[in-house]
Design a protein around this ligand. Sequence first.
Ligand SMILES: C[S@@+](CC[C@H](N)C(=O)[O-])C[C@H]1O[C@@H](n2cnc3c(N)ncnc32)[C@H](O)[C@@H]1O
Length: 440
Amino acid sequence: MAKASPPNVFKAYLEQFQKDFSLFLRLRSEEIIQGGRVVLTFIGRSIDDPRSKDCCLYWELLAKSLLDLAAKGLVVEADIHTFNLPYYNPYEGEVREIIKMEGSFDIDKLETFSINWDANDDISNKDFVFEKDQCGRNVANIVRAVAEPMLVSHFGDDIIDELFKRYAEYVGNDFNTVFKSLPFFCEKFGKEKRDLCGQHYFITGVPGSFYHRLFPSKSLHFFHSSYSLHWLSKVPEGISNNKGNIYMAKASPPDVFKAYLEQFQKDFSLFLSLRSEEIIQGGSVVLTFIGRSIDDPRSKDCCLYWDLLAKSLLDLAAKVKTDIDTFNLPYYNPYEGEVREIIEMEGSFDIDKLETFAINWDANDDISNKDFVFEKDQCGRNVANIVRAVAEPMLVSHFGDDIMDELFKRYAEYVGEYLCVEKTKHINIVLTMTKKVKSE
Ligand SMILES: C[S@@+](CC[C@H](N)C(=O)[O-])C[C@H]1O[C@@H](n2cnc3c(N)ncnc32)[C@H](O)[C@@H]1O
């Protein structure tokens, strides 16, 4: 909305806000207990007239900047006409009216307060000196942080630096990837299960490690971890003598095996005690992670997978910037007896069932895949791709990324050759547990 916008634009924005805010109130009213409380803070305007400075100026200046770029031929002017922000800063009277109309909540208090566009220009900041260019940049940075994705999706990203006279690298991360995949997941799941995302289940993201608290006390009925608990919280200490290896290996000194086991005992025990705080009495846990089939950690189950990677690294020793001897994986694939013992010692859970099952290193080589034909090079590459997906970030941060292509090419060859001799398998442990009922 801008001073010069036609009247129907103001009407359309207000109506959209009425619909959205009303829906928001209704959805929250389903979720909040009777007598429960709500506190909301959002941007509004100080007077009823949406043509006021409060309402429009912030974005009018951005529109003006875009028009400047159009004048320079960097933006197509017609594109500016089709771009509008999904944003509304209401007058308090509008907010009151919607809350009243929707009917689920009583307003206890509604106040407005103002902060300067440049938040550094604050009474508590005694050092603040107004400096036109710096203050302009401060405000532009805030607007950029908020509006950049919308602008990029409409105008492309070539113009963004120019538009804000600023640059900041947009970095995608694990969480972004997971969240970006959710709409696809919801659509697929919705079709298969005739269920709509958000109607029968809710997806939430909790940042943090499972070696720290993740959820409020006694808030979970069920906890599941899939294929993750073989990752330790850190590389065990005191294994600098594990020369030429990157994990426990047949030739590792005995104290390396001891250090790995002790780290797993500490980590898994901590995991159990943290989850036991979060899970209600009688709540259930299902865990799946990689293990080994026999007690002896020198067994093939345990070491071979990573032994072949160490061998590939040693082949490239001349090209490797950093010492292989100082690289070890924060990983442990326990024997089921070790897992049982830790659960018993920690004492919060009863094991209901613990089973192991095997899957081939090359997961395509599966009984359900009738078309599978063993082909040494292809199978080697399949396995190498999986290991690369898992281990590459750790390897890159130690060895740099120059050697990665060659490293995994060699690894694929070693794996392919080995698979000709023997079909190798990962051993997986799956277990269910129940939180013990304790008198408090
Ligand atoms: C092989 S993936 C499994 C992903 C997924 N759970 C599945 O079953 O398809 C292992 C995952 O464990 C996560 N992970 C490893 N250590 C973790 C920790 N301490 N806390 C939380 N997640 C961890 C990694 O980020 C990775 O996403």
